[in-house]
Design a protein around this ligand. Structure first.
Ligand code: GLN
Length: 208
């Protein structure tokens, strides 16, 4: 089977690192900026950055509705940090107030932006991820966590916080989302997990 074609949404954020990591794990990776590029994709990565900005740019570039449709049609996606926020159905400010920013809404998750608070806005930790042997080195940068996950969502990783364990990696079918930035550590296993799911789903029709 040919290598899957995975787009990296290239409106803002750490695009190059994702492209490199996807290449390393055997995908054909390309930056995506236009709606007409979506048709050729077997999967898409939504990188970190600033979720409100990326949401505005998605609308400005005419990508919001086409991407929503592709996701609803079963396009696999991997969202990291701001990308995980964009995939969620709702998001909240750190104090819990709802944010009405535009989202793709493909996952049955509710995220909390900048959830780790000012003291630990950015940090690194080695965390266990279900399905992977050995810990993943996770780089959190003003990261969200998942406040709520629906019944169809698997929790793949949690971290301890002063307010208890919080979900930081979630999977719903072929939609994967992480609070942290796997592309910034030299460990391609989450990207490989995503690409494997894309490969497994190819040719089996739609659905995630
Ligand atoms: N704090 C950012 C947001 O809310 C996400 C940070 C990131 O992607 N590193 O959109």
């Amino acid at each position: 089977m040919r290598d899957p074609t995975i787009g990296v949404l290239a409106l803002q954020g750490d695009v190059v690192e994702h492209l490199r990591m996807l290449d390393d794990v055997g995908a054909r990776a390309l930056p995506v900026k236009r709606a007409d590029q979506l048709d050729a994709l077997d999967g898409i990565v939504l990188p970190g950055g600033e979720s409100t900005t990326i949401g505005k740019l998605l609308a400005l570039y005419g990508l919001m509705e086409p991407l929503r449709r592709r996701l609803a049609d079963g396009l696999p996606a991997f969202g990291t940090c701001a990308g995980a926020i964009l995939l969620s159905r709702a998001t909240r400010f750190p104090d819990g107030r709802p944010s009405d920013q535009p989202l793709l809404g493909a996952m049955d998750t509710v995220t909390r932006r900048n959830a780790f608070g000012r003291q630990v806005a950015s940090f690194e930790a080695d965390i266990g991820v279900r399905g992977l042997d050995g810990p993943v080195h996770a780089v959190f940068i003003r990261a969200p966590w998942f406040d709520e996950v629906g019944p169809g969502v698997e929790v793949l990783a949690e971290v301890d916080t002063p307010v208890g364990a919080r979900v930081v990696v979630a999977r719903q079918g072929r939609l994967l989302a992480s609070s942290f930035h796997p592309e910034l550590a030299s460990d391609g296993r989450l990207h490989a997990m995503f690409v494997a799911a894309v490969r497994a789903g190819k040719g089996t029709g739609k659905g995630s």
